[in-house]
Write a protein that binds this ligand. Structure first.
Ligand code: GCU
Length: 692
């Protein structure tokens, strides 16, 4: 887009391939002969530019300027924001213009006395930009333009990406190269890549980004100094052009580390004053600065506990500093004891977030949001939903997901995560009776909270295709689409992505759709069984190691012995975690009879001979799942090979290479897990397959 880049993966889903079918091209071109844009500022200019770029690339036309006096009956596109023209206002007339509409838009097509028109109307400039991306998508996916009446309002106010990038250029849990933001402890000079990333994010409706790792080390701590801010400001400008507000992760101990104070106690007046002064400086340079993302008292990061204060004390002090400027404090709930004694079976890491934050419900200021990971542990392929969703009723919250595949194959294995996220969003918390979905608690709609939304840890780096595995782009795309509208289906999102990224060919679509949709179940089947999690190599978290964390301090155990496996988290005989849910979910998990198979070992310790609802014993399930999973991983490769003629060589080869690797590695998983459990239990596979 900025320069010809031969890797088709670089454009992501914004490929804008020239439309080959001349008839289709002509029909589309007829709608796009002229263009009228009212307004100049920021996002609207970006929107206009994107539109022109897209039309040129796909149709080979450059629309000419349209003025009121022009009435030559050529199709015209009218792009603008509320109030800019009667046509735009007509397109937006369906809304009652509530505050939540502000990122919404409409696309309306028809014919009036001046000819055909296509209105791309945003309530605000950001909405207008979204309308343009949506319109271009209609062309990419070959949709009819006649009689369009599209009306879109995002369900979530905050639609945020978290970068875990460090200033030395490394990325925590990054699997696609180095940071596009930093090099040698500086923010990069050339912002081309950052701008192209902003485009990708805006095209799926993202409106916020934090640009540094939640673990804020020495260099990153200085981003909020006057000197650091001059560079941060450049980044903020790039994102502003795409309607994305910039946030920074901050170090809670900053007053000590860069402020020359002797304490970071949130109730100390000098500390509060120091943060207020920082806020003043930040906002003088970046007036639309989003706010702070904070990991405090978690995994050795400093926080209010040091001073005998709680999380509300910490968050509220920061919220007071940036509140006057419209800033938000996003405070993470990933707080647990990471120095646990593995011999101690009463402490349960799964309970920690709820135990820490529930007593503080209602104590946080209105510009504080608690960011809660989807599950109570840490982004495993299968976990129950965090009981804080539905637990907290008087606190803003945001759902945190992990796009980067830390525990789900590190972008070497295919794992389309949207089905997992859908399960989370659709999960019924029963907080206000049936129908209290996580989607509605996170967005804030269920409890009528002022703020809410979704955030996710990005999976991109400076690899030429952004995500290493080309198919992992689907996760970035899918997160954006879900954050915009959690009720979209995983299939529909995948189809859209396939058409935009590869082609509208029906064989490509059907094959790739199956591959994506099956991939998470396949990955789950050859890795840790039945919701127990972990079983990975410590630190880097790639590859099987059943006891890798069993005798460690991290609170992640499976308790396998010669008789059985699993963690008893029931109220009656275990840690009592199941009681953190509302009824009936608490009862569903508490009872062995009703606990779903896929979460059985998360909630119960059972003998290997325990029979699942599927009719299989636990041990036989482990064997079968692992044999089948490894076979299915191999089948993914065969499917992909069928598409060789229909996908450009570079991308086809690159994905192929990863699928070969995955098929091999799935066997490693299969054999390590099966052998471990065969040796522990002494129970043979009913089908006499090879176990070592
Ligand atoms: C996981 C991950 C860490 C990360 C942490 C977090 O534990 O392995 O690298 O810092 O999550 O979410 O803060």
């Amino acid at each position: 887009v900025n320069e010809p880049i031969r890797d088709k993966g670089y454009a992501g889903w914004l490929r804008y391939e020239s439309i080959e079918d001349e008839k289709v091209k002509q029909i589309y071109s007829n709608w796009c002969s002229m263009l009228s844009v009212t307004g100049q500022s920021g996002c609207l200019q970006t929107a206009k530019q994107e539109l022109i770029t897209g039309l040129q690339a796909m149709l080979g036309v450059q629309p000419s300027d349209w003025h009121d006096s022009t009435s030559n009956h050529l199709g015209r596109i009218v792009l603008g924001v509320a109030g800019s023209s009667p046509l735009i206002d007509q397109a937006l007339a369906w809304s009652n213009h509530g505050a939540s509409d502000s990122d919404g838009y409409a696309i309306l097509s028809g014919t009036d006395e001046q000819g055909r028109y296509l209105a791309l109307a945003g309530f605000t400039e950001r909405g207008a930009l979204y309308a343009v991306f949506h319109f271009l998508k209609l062309l990419q996916t070959r949709k009819e333009l006649e009689g369009l009446a599209i009306q879109e309002i995002p369900r979530n106010g905050l639609r945020m990406i978290n970068q875990w990038d460090n200033m030395d250029g490394s990325i925590e849990r990054g699997y696609a190269g180095k940071s596009i933001f930093y090099e040698n402890n500086r923010i990069v000079e050339d912002v081309t890549r950052v701008r192209d990333y902003a485009r990708l994010l805006a095209s799926v409706g993202m409106n916020a980004i934090s640009i540094n790792n939640v673990n804020v080390h020495q260099w990153e701590t200085k981003l909020i100094t006057n000197q650091g801010l001059t560079d941060v400001k450049r980044m903020a400008e790039v994102f502003r052009g795409y309607g994305i507000r910039l946030y920074l992760s901050i170090n809670f101990a900053s007053p000590i580390e860069i402020g020359g104070l002797t304490t970071a106690d949130p109730l100390d007046l000098d500390v509060a004053k120091w943060w207020r002064a920082r806020a003043e400086e930040i906002y003088s340079q970046i007036p639309d600065f989003g706010g702070f993302l904070v990991k405090a008292d978690s995994e050795f990061r400093p926080g209010p506990f040091t001073y005998g204060r709680n999380h509300a004390d910490g968050a509220n002090m920061l919220a007071e500093a940036i509140g006057p400027y419209g800033g938000t404090v996003i405070w993470r709930c990933f707080v647990y004891n990471c120095l646990q004694d593995w011999r101690d079976r009463s402490t349960d890491r799964a309970k920690a977030a709820y135990d820490h934050f529930m007593p503080l419900d209602g104590e946080f200021k209105d510009n504080v949001i608690l960011q809660i990971k989807n599950g109570p542990m840490d982004f495993q392929v299968r976990e129950p939903v965090s009981p804080l969703f539905g637990g907290l009723t008087r606190t803003n919250q945001v759902l945190e997901l992990q796009i980067t595949q830390e525990y789900t194959g590190q972008q070497r294995h295919l794992c389309y995560l949207v089905p997992q996220w859908k399960e989370v969003l659709d999960y019924d918390t029963y907080a206000l009776g049936e129908g209290s979905s996580v989607a509605s608690t996170a967005s804030g709609s269920l409890f009528k909270r002022p703020l809410g939304g979704m955030a996710a840890v990005s999976n991109i780096g400076n690899d030429s295709n952004w995500t290493g595995h080309d198919l992992a782009q689907a996760n970035l795309f899918g997160f954006g689409r879900l954050a915009w509208n959690p009720s979209l289906s995983a299939e529909d999102i995948a189809k859209e992505w396939i058409q935009m990224t590869f082609s509208c060919d029906s064989e490509v679509e059907a094959t790739l759709l199956r591959m994506l949709m099956d991939s998470r179940d396949i990955y789950e089947s050859y890795t840790a069984p039945l919701g127990v999690g972990w079983m990975v190599n410590p630190n880097h978290h790639y590859g099987p190691n059943v006891d890798g964390y069993e005798y460690a301090k991290w609170g992640t155990y499976h308790f396998a012995d010669c008789k059985g496996i699993g963690v008893d988290r029931t109220l009656s005989s275990g840690t009592g975690y199941s009681a953190q849910y509302h009824s009936p979910q608490s009862n569903v998990y508490e009872s062995l009879d009703s606990c779903p198979d896929e979460l059985l070992l998360f909630f119960h310790h059972v003998p290997y001979t325990h029979r699942l609802k599927s009719g299989k014993t636990v041990i036989q399930h482990i064997y079968d799942a692992h044999f089948e999973g490894a076979e299915q991983a191999e089948a993914l490769l065969n499917k992909w090979d069928l598409l060789a003629a229909k996908i450009d060589t570079l991308r086809h080869e690159r994905v192929r290479y990863r699928l070969v690797d995955q098929a091999e590695h799935a066997k490693e998983w299969r054999d390590a897990i099966n052998t471990y459990f065969y040796r522990k239990s002494g129970i043979k596979d009913e089908h006499h397959r090879m176990i070592y």
